[in-house]
Design a protein around this ligand. Structure first.
Ligand SMILES: Cc1cc2nc3c(=O)[nH]c(=O)nc-3n(C[C@H](O)[C@H](O)[C@H](O)COP(=O)(O)OP(=O)(O)OC[C@H]3O[C@@H](n4cnc5c(N)ncnc54)[C@H](O)[C@@H]3O)c2cc1C
Length: 432
């Protein structure tokens, strides 16, 4: 069966979520900007808790996780339909319990954690009561994890971690860090690296700087440069087995990448909505912007790009649900990652242009979206690396041609065709 319709019951739920995000949550982006990952207290808790409660009451809390983990087990396709609504607002994923990087971190603790680790880290994470950080990239290496040098050395029942990590998002407000380190330098990185769960207040965890993105104030940065300086953790802090870091990282990134893409649909749509409203509202040189062919071109290109991207994301989410195996869907997840920055960039850029001078101000969100598009081309791996993954996976289904000429070489195919239909061709010639 092949069906593009949303089940009517779930559509009602989505309609509610859409209104809830626009009316109740989007205002939080302006009332409490950049505070999504700051633990709740005081008046902010009074404002936020009832909203989370309402989401729970509607059965939409942490929908990406199974019921045993406190979610609804709706799967990726339903999550995609919800996430495209949440993508409009910075706060919305927090209110719905499905924000990155905590979703990916929760997923790997659920998969690989011991019972004790689940009780200590996963439960409060899923309850939305604490935040987490994924500490993998290093100052000298990011896209190639085999170059990481942060090291953990066994000392009796403990491990002692030393080294630097870079761009560890939310480390300053996270309760714990998931750190990827070398545990055995004598084997290949694929077998010699491991993950540890490290409480952020462990002695020796030193946040040197919180780096901000362009346009953020210097005190708003949330991407930490961390020095792990003789950080001592017990053997029970190991996540999964020794040497399993690469396997765990792949599990984590599979889901995380597609979740970003789902939210990007919502953000791109917000830019398109704004572009269309502006085109209908503004007049110049005797007609509305919407009557100018250039602007019509912007709108048509943006609509088509968004539609293509949305179908691609939904299809990939459907595949993940069907096969329940990120590895099998790796090619399409990587392809989604390849197109995502361009879609958001192009639509936001056109919307910005249609708004004229207002478009480049801090009174509209377009330049933030353009920066966001650039971030998407780096976070979770650079676009070039995902392109290489797509190409390698695509090429797996092909074989070299036998002999000098391509298998679709027309002279050889024509000869074969003439031989195959020789009887009929002779008959045709005879009738001429
Ligand atoms: C907003 C944001 C949040 C992030 N959050 C986290 C986080 O929470 N935890 C974490 O560990 N990391 C995080 N990162 C880091 C991110 O994962 C890395 O930036 C990414 O993996 C690239 O590494 P790099 O920056 O060191 O670039 P490099 O590895 O130095 O690559 C630089 C450039 O070289 C080119 N390049 C690299 N490899 C190839 C290749 N194989 N083929 C062709 N060209 C190539 C690409 O143009 C690439 O952009 C975050 C990054 C951003 C921007």
């Amino acid at each position: 069966m092949w069906d593009f319709e949303t089940d009517p019951e779930y559509q009602k739920v989505l309609d509610w979520a859409d209104e809830f995000v626009r009316e109740e949550i989007e205002p939080l982006d302006l009332a409490f900007p950049h505070q999504q990952f700051v633990p709740l207290e005081g008046k902010r808790r009074q404002a936020i808790d009832p909203l989370k409660e309402e989401v729970r009451r509607r059965g939409l809390w942490a929908t990406h996780l199974g019921a045993d983990l406190g979610g609804q087990g709706y799967g990726q396709l339903k999550l995609a339909l919800l996430n495209e609504i949440l993508g409009r607002s910075q706060w919305a994923p927090i209110i719905f319990g499905c924000q990155a990087p905590d979703t990916g971190n929760a997923e790997i603790i659920a998969h690989y954690g011991t019972e004790e680790q689940k009780q200590r880290y996963l439960r409060p994470l899923l309850d939305g009561e604490l935040f987490s950080c994924y500490s993998m990239t290093e100052p000298h290496a990011g896209a190639d994890p085999t170059m990481f040098t942060t090291r953990a050395v066994r000392d009796g029942d403990d491990w002692v971690i030393n080294g630097w990590k870079f761009f560890s998002s939310n480390a300053s407000t996270a309760s714990f860090l998931i750190v990827m380190v070398v545990t055995n330098p004598d084997v290949s990185a694929y077998q010699g690296m491991s993950m540890f769960l490290v409480p952020t207040d462990t002695p020796g965890v030193r946040i040197e700087r919180n780096i901000g993105l362009y346009g953020e104030h210097s005190d708003q940065g949330s991407h930490a440069l961390i020095h792990y300086d003789n950080v001592r953790v017990p053997a029970e802090a190991l996540l999964g087995g020794e040497g399993q870091a690469f396997v765990i990282a792949q599990t984590r990134l599979g889901g995380g990448r597609i979740h970003h893409a789902m939210r990007t649909i919502g953000l791109s749509r917000k830019a398109l909505d704004m572009m269309c409203e502006r085109a209908l509202s503004r007049e110049t040189q005797g007609s509305r912007l919407s009557d100018k062919q250039f602007v019509q071109g912007y709108i048509a290109d943006s609509y088509a790009q968004l539609l293509q991207f949305r179908l691609m994301v939904l299809y990939t989410a459907w595949e993940i649900d069907k096969y329940n195996d990120y590895k099998r869907v790796r090619k399409d997840i990587a392809a989604v990652k390849v197109v995502m920055p361009t879609v958001l960039h192009d639509i936001a850029w056109r919307a910005m242009q249609v708004h004229g001078a207002l478009g480049v101000t801090n009174e509209v969100p377009f330049l933030g979206m353009v920066t966001g598009a650039a971030v998407m081309g780096l976070a979770d791996g650079p676009t070039e690396v995902h392109k290489a993954t797509v190409a390698k996976q695509v090429l797996r289904d092909y074989r070299p041609a036998e002999g000098t000429w391509p298998s679709e070489w027309i002279p050889a195919k024509r000869e074969a065709a003439l031989t195959k239909y020789a009887d009929f061709l002779e008959h045709e010639v005879g009738n001429l």
